[in-house]
Design a binder for this molecule. Structure first.
Ligand SMILES: Cc1cc2nc3c(=O)[nH]c(=O)nc-3n(C[C@H](O)[C@H](O)[C@H](O)COP(=O)(O)OP(=O)(O)OC[C@H]3O[C@@H](n4cnc5c(N)ncnc54)[C@H](O)[C@@H]3O)c2cc1C
Length: 286
């Protein structure tokens, strides 16, 4: 197996253009498991750990630009206030070791329906910055990024450079069901992000369909029906849960049945919206 180790972003793009079947490796917490278990044996590994700018984040034009290599531990430690939904999800990933190595870029690269960063990125309306040597930069909205089970809109000669997320305009929550409290792949997960300035609520479902996805009908329902100055009505909350469950297209697998996942999505949707709404009304009253 060839091992490529660029030290600049330009070199990394050149290596990927010259050898599109080279598999990028960042934290290695997905790639090394696959190699060690002989799930894949790529002809070449493209190690991105020596490209320094991938491991940095910045606030550009009112949006956070989080380099593909920024580990979960940095998101938790440095961006928890600005991006609470993503930070909550990051706190549930693996163990401290995995959170120190694993990155949002790697989560996007793997594009697993169970990846924990996807629901908050969808709910917040994030965009993925990808680049190739030949065609330059493309910005892909998160809800156009996931195409199928472990398939994304990333083309063979492209690399993920960063993810762009606006600072939270309102309360955000993430919740995950697992078979235990730590080191667990989500049975299903859900994220909600309130955008009070736009009178809009964003959603993201994880591990409940072939791809992470938004519950669009549920979002439209809330945009039409929510009274942003009043407590949540139980009937509205129940309908929101139903619409979120309706957006799911889950499967039966070792972690849970489709029926359980649909039920759990409704519970998580009601629960996270209730938490967020509580914070929203408290902030209004303050
Ligand atoms: C014990 C354990 C527990 C885990 N728990 C969780 C969990 O709770 N939740 C969760 O979501 N995940 C979990 N994971 C999976 C993994 O940690 C995450 O998916 C993590 O985000 C991967 O990041 P990484 O930097 O290690 O990616 P890598 O393994 O380096 O790469 C992952 C994929 O992304 C591609 N890639 C990496 N960087 C780029 C780039 N810049 N451009 C294009 N493609 C790229 C790689 O080719 C590969 O396909 C766990 C893994 C382990 C081993």
């Amino acid at each position: 197996m060839e091992f490529l180790r660029p030290t600049t972003w330009a070199e990394a793009l050149a290596a990927k253009a010259d050898q599109p079947d080279a598999v990028p490796i960042q934290g290695g917490t997905d790639v090394m498991v696959e190699i060690n278990f002989s799930v894949r044996r790529p002809p070449a590994l493209l190690d991105l750990t020596a490209v320094p700018e991938l491991a940095t984040w910045s606030l550009d034009g009112g949006r956070y630009r989080i380099g593909a290599a920024v580990p979960y531990s940095t998101i938790i430690g440095e961006l928890g206030g600005a991006l609470p939904g993503l930070a909550q999800a990051a706190r549930t990933v693996g163990s401290p070791q995995i959170r120190n190595r694993g990155s949002v870029g790697g989560n996007l690269g793997a594009a697993s329906p169970a990846g924990d960063s996807h629901p908050p990125l969808l709910a917040a309306g994030a965009a993925v910055e990808v680049e190739s040597r030949g065609r330059g930069v493309r910005m892909i909205p998160a809800d156009a990024f996931y195409l199928g089970v472990k398939r994304s809109a990333l083309l063979p000669d492209e690399l993920i450079r960063a993810v762009h997320v606006e600072p939270a305009a309102g309360p955000q929550y993430f919740s995950k069901v697992g078979t235990r409290n730590a080191m667990v792949i989500a049975v299903c997960s859900f994220a909600v992000a309130l955008h009070p300035d736009e009178r809009r609520v964003g959603t993201g479902l994880g591990s409940a369909a072939p791809t992470p996805r938004r519950a669009r009908e549920a979002e439209e329902f809330l945009a039409a029906e929510l009274d942003w100055s009043a407590p949540l009505q139980p009937a509205l909350l129940a309908r929101f849960g139903e619409l979120c469950a309706g957006a799911a297209a889950p499967i039966d697998d070792v972690r849970g049945t489709a029926g359980y996942r649909r039920h759990a999505i409704a519970v998580l949707a009601r629960r996270t919206l209730t938490w967020a709404w509580h914070d929203h009304l408290e902030r209004r009253a303050a």
